[in-house]
Design a protein around this ligand. Structure first.
Ligand code: MN
Ligand code: MN
Length: 339
């Protein structure tokens, strides 16, 4: 009885080892750290920062991206002398860590054919399901890079100046230089510390320089490109909803193209079968947003903000954050008016 039990546990251990060997050969290579589609600065630099941290901790990891950096991130990359993460179109068969998002609509298309091992994010939970337990760290702060900065502090690992510069830029970008209501004291503390490491002496001056670099092509870029620059797809109660955002210091450049945005959105809506399309044109200086809304729930959305629609759009004062001030309102509208 006793002997067979021991033999049995040996057999279990042997089979487990075999399986482990199989699994580790299937999920090969370094962990790919990837941000969301249409990557912004937070996605680009959180991938770089987390991959470096993991590597320093003895876990091979590599930053990748689901697209080329936007003009703002390009400016930051060259300012601090960093390389853009390589663009990948597939993650199948890899170990993957998601940063700055946690939904299937924003993750790589074949994420289900990869092994998801980690999520570091600051958005609402968006419905990703895993078979195995994973590391997930989701905190309501202004930027994913703030969370990663804390991970560095906890690990006692120092951040190279260039990476610190990228992380600082991402915090400034996501919090609109601390003006967004998503900003927390932790974001400010992280930014102060990262600025010292990156030798950025005047944070607000640097932020303005970065925003202006990111806006350089607002006048000339094709509207389709601008629309996709910071565009996210959401599943709201079974409805396909797209929400883009363009934030600018030179707000008049966005305002001048409002009609072109409306007509381009109408085309995109038909072509890609959206239930509703929303675009936020955010004025960083005066702290508000022109919301363009196309689609069936247009009127309900305007009602939710208690404003009158004019030319498919309206101004909402004090609104600058998609995740905190727009998505919750849209979700509520779609739960109450599901066609
Ligand atoms: Mn982002
Ligand atoms: Mn972010």
């Amino acid at each position: 009885m006793k002997i067979s039990l021991i033999l049995n546990s040996y057999r279990v251990a042997f089979i487990s080892l075999l399986l482990l060997g199989l699994v580790s050969s299937v999920w090969a290579g370094p962990i790919l750290v990837v941000g969301h589609k249409n990557p912004d600065s937070d996605s680009i630099f959180s991938a770089i920062a987390l991959a470096y941290l993991k590597s320093q901790q003895g876990t091979p990891a590599m930053a990748v991206a689901q697209g080329k950096p936007n003009p703002e991130s390009d400016f930051v990359l060259s300012y601090f002398g960093l390389q853009a993460p390589p663009v990948v179109s597939t993650v199948a068969g890899h170990n993957v860590a998601l940063v700055d998002h946690n939904t299937y609509t924003q993750a790589p298309d074949d994420i289900k054919a990869a092994k998801l091992v980690e999520i570091i994010d600051h958005h609402n939970l968006g419905g990703i399901v895993t078979e195995d337990p994973i590391t997930a760290l989701i905190q309501p702060v202004g930027s994913t890079n703030t969370i990663i900065w804390e991970l560095y502090q906890r690990a006692g690992i120092s951040i190279p100046p260039a990476i610190a510069g990228g992380m600082l830029s991402a915090i400034l970008s996501d919090t609109l230089a601390f003006k967004s209501p998503t900003t927390t004291n932790l974001d400010r503390r992280a930014a102060q510390s990262l600025a010292v490491t990156a030798s950025v002496t005047d944070i607000s001056k640097f932020a303005k320089q970065m925003f202006l670099a990111g806006e350089a092509d607002l006048k000339t870029a094709p509207i389709e490109n601008l629309l996709q620059r910071d565009f996210k797809i959401f599943d709201m109660n079974g409805n396909k909803v797209g929400v883009g955002q363009l934030a600018a210091v030179s707000f008049d450049l966005l305002e001048q193209r409002r009609d072109a945005f409306v007509s381009t959105m109408q085309v995109l809506m038909q072509k890609e079968n959206y239930q509703t399309l929303v675009l936020m044109l955010t004025d960083i200086q005066s702290d508000g947003t022109v919301l363009i809304v196309i689609g069936k729930n247009q009127q309900h959305i305007a009602d939710a903000f208690n404003v009158a629609l004019k030319n498919n759009s309206f101004w909402v004062a004090g609104v600058t954050s998609r995740k905190k001030q727009i998505i919750p309102v849209l979700s509520k509208v779609f739960s109450e008016h599901n066609n």
